[in-house]
Design a protein around this ligand. Structure first.
Ligand SMILES: [Zn+2]
Ligand SMILES: [Zn+2]
Length: 348
């Protein structure tokens, strides 16, 4: 099969490699669309996170081309999306049905070969069947939408809530699409980039705040009658935004963190004091799964795409063949298309 192999100088070489053979409980999937995720770009940029597998990529959909002898729920010819996370199944977390906390997990595209290839193998439980109403391209974005679903689920958004979303990158916008399904009354998008703020309006925020040009305190006070927001959601990994969440949330409110903390992360006293004086609930939003694996994050996202309530198509700007994957990554790394996803489509 054809596959894109990452070489030592972090460039792709497209060449022929052996087609993987599914083991007893595995399925072989012919990749029809694969999406370039920010974490793929990070793998290219940061030598220290260099993957063990030469074939990267973990967001994809395709057609089942072969099945192992003990596969019972999936048939050859099924249209499926891949679930890239492989929990170990035997640690205390996995045994307690908390697979998303598994510390011995593997992932395709990192620990074993991923989807920037004509074929990829996964265990049977790591595929989700697609109806006819969803395209392979849309289904390739199921994983990040399911991640947004995981966060929104843990935040327990109530009808009528005001939610502030920091960071209007693709993932922030996916959270906004999900938040629109919760009955939140007001969704405030906060960013420093004018294009991102404009983009967020297209995706349905009710208000925007430009963090470089406007006073966040004044604007939040105006929009919430001086109370603060019910929920603040941080999608950037910037320490400033991580702290601001603690300053603009109302008493008894909830704060959700997706972003990693930078190494020099510090909180000012006021922000820390608010945690106890205002009795905040703080939620870490980790991973994409819940019990039973892979969790309702996946089934609910799929259903909402089928009902056209989530619109992954809005994020897809470019398509490249597998042969042109280097060009696809060069474009995906371009800051000017930071709100868009690039899709790689193997031919045939
Ligand atoms: Zn991803
Ligand atoms: Zn485990």
């Amino acid at each position: 099969m054809k596959a894109a192999l990452l070489n030592d100088s972090n460039h792709f070489v497209v060449c022929q490699t052996n087609k993987p053979v599914p083991q007893e409980k595995e399925v072989l999937i012919k990749v029809k669309a694969a999406s370039i995720c920010d974490s793929d770009i990070k793998q290219l940029k940061q030598a220290r996170s260099r993957p063990a597998s030469p074939i990267i990529g973990h967001e994809f959909a395709g057609i089942v081309a072969d099945i192992g002898s003990q596969v019972s729920q999936v048939k050859i010819g099924d249209r499926v999306a891949g679930i890239p996370f492989l929990p170990c199944g035997s640690c205390a977390d996995c045994q307690a049905d908390n697979q998303h906390w598994c510390e011995h997990s593997r992932k395709i595209g990192t620990h074993q070969n991923g989807c920037f290839a004509e074929y990829v193998v996964l265990p049977e439980e790591n595929v989700i069947g697609l109806g006819d109403k969803i395209s392979f391209e849309e289904a390739a974005l199921l994983e990040p939408l399911a991640k947004a679903a995981h966060g929104v689920k843990l935040l327990e958004v109530q009808a009528g809530d005001t939610v502030a979303v920091f960071g209007l990158n693709t993932f922030g916008l996916m959270n906004i699409q999900w938040l629109r399904q919760t009955g939140a009354k007001r969704i405030i998008g906060l960013d420093t980039d004018g294009n991102n703020l404009w983009e967020a309006k297209v995706h349905g925020v009710t208000n925007t705040i430009n963090l470089l040009r406007e006073s966040i305190d004044k604007r939040i006070a105006q929009l919430t009658n001086g109370q603060g927001v019910d929920i603040a959601l941080e999608c950037t990994g910037s320490s400033l935004a991580e702290e601001q969440c603690l300053l603009i949330t109302k008493k008894g409110g909830t704060i959700g963190y997706y972003g990693m903390a930078p190494s020099n992360m510090m909180l000012r006293q006021q922000a820390f004091e608010n945690i106890f004086r205002r009795e905040y609930t703080i939620k870490g939003l980790w991973n994409t799964y819940s019990a039973p694996f892979p969790g309702e994050e996946w089934t609910a996202s799929l259903a909402l795409i089928e009902q056209k309530k989530l619109a992954p198509q809005q994020f897809i700007s470019h398509r490249f063949s597998l042969e042109d994957i280097q060009q696809a990554f060069d474009l995906a790394m371009d800051e000017n298309i930071s709100n868009q996803r690039v899709i790689v489509v193997p031919k045939g």
